[in-house]
Design a protein around this ligand. Sequence first.
Ligand SMILES: C[S@@+](CC[C@H](N)C(=O)[O-])C[C@H]1O[C@@H](n2cnc3c(N)ncnc32)[C@H](O)[C@@H]1O
Length: 297
Amino acid sequence: MNQTVHIPVMLEETMLGLEVRPGGVWVDGTLGGGSHTRALLERSAPDGIVYSFDVDPKALERAKESLASFGDRFQPVEANFRHLDDRLAERGVMSVDGILLDLGVSSDEIADSSKGLSFMTEGPLDMRLGPKANEDGLTAADIVNTWKPNEIEQLIREFGEEKFAKRIVDAIVTARKSSRITRTTELAGIIKQAVPSSYERGRIHPATRTFQALRIAVNDEMETLKEAIDGAHRILAPGARLAVIAFHSLEDRIVKVAFKDKERWEPLTKRPQEATEQEITKNSRSRSAKLRIAKKK
Ligand SMILES: C[S@@+](CC[C@H](N)C(=O)[O-])C[C@H]1O[C@@H](n2cnc3c(N)ncnc32)[C@H](O)[C@@H]1O
């Protein structure tokens, strides 16, 4: 079996925050490597049901094998979590006891060169997490090769918070005049050439922010998150909880703002919870994690 390499983030904190208990219906909007789903299944034993969504068919295939021992209690769903309530209603589920969204991409997806998410690995400039990740089939190559320079610049500035956006876009526009930019490493090279050499000596690779911005745009991550929080509110039982783990400030802001709606949510985390030093030492990915939990009113 193709095993996951993804290490779960803030596992104990999310289970405690959701008050997972025996029985009930639980939703993992982001199955990934399956560790949070496994914990939901274990803690809702003997008869709790867990619906786990992912847009990446490979994540679902892997989990169907690794979680097979839970039988029908594990319900994998290949769908976008932006349609969470509709996809559950189609399955006859009208109310659930808790929902988790552990946002972003898994380490399995970064390692999968065919998705083109990593600037370190040669791959196609695609970045869709799966066939249902977006509705228009947009890829990262479409953006860098066909969008107007000012549109690409705005995207890199907004979703990447990249201060060298203008220089990067100028370099992209020069490069695409001679031939279409189609590979991850090709784009990473163009970016590296465009930014000051001091950037390279910094904490992150010069292509990090641009790649993040392209991934967010391709998978329409911001709008998807807003819709998912609304959908979660519609399907949660009154008093049931939504937990969201965000990995960058733009996502966290969306969650924070949504949970401020006093008519709909009672936030249980005034400030977002962060991973312990111990967890960060074991898993550096957890360094940027911010967990917010709210109760449906
Ligand atoms: C950070 S990983 C989740 C890891 C998981 N909690 C674990 O412990 O293994 C995020 C997962 O969510 C999936 N995903 C991202 N956006 C999605 C969306 N809009 N709908 C459904 N799944 C999505 C990704 O494909 C990825 O597998």
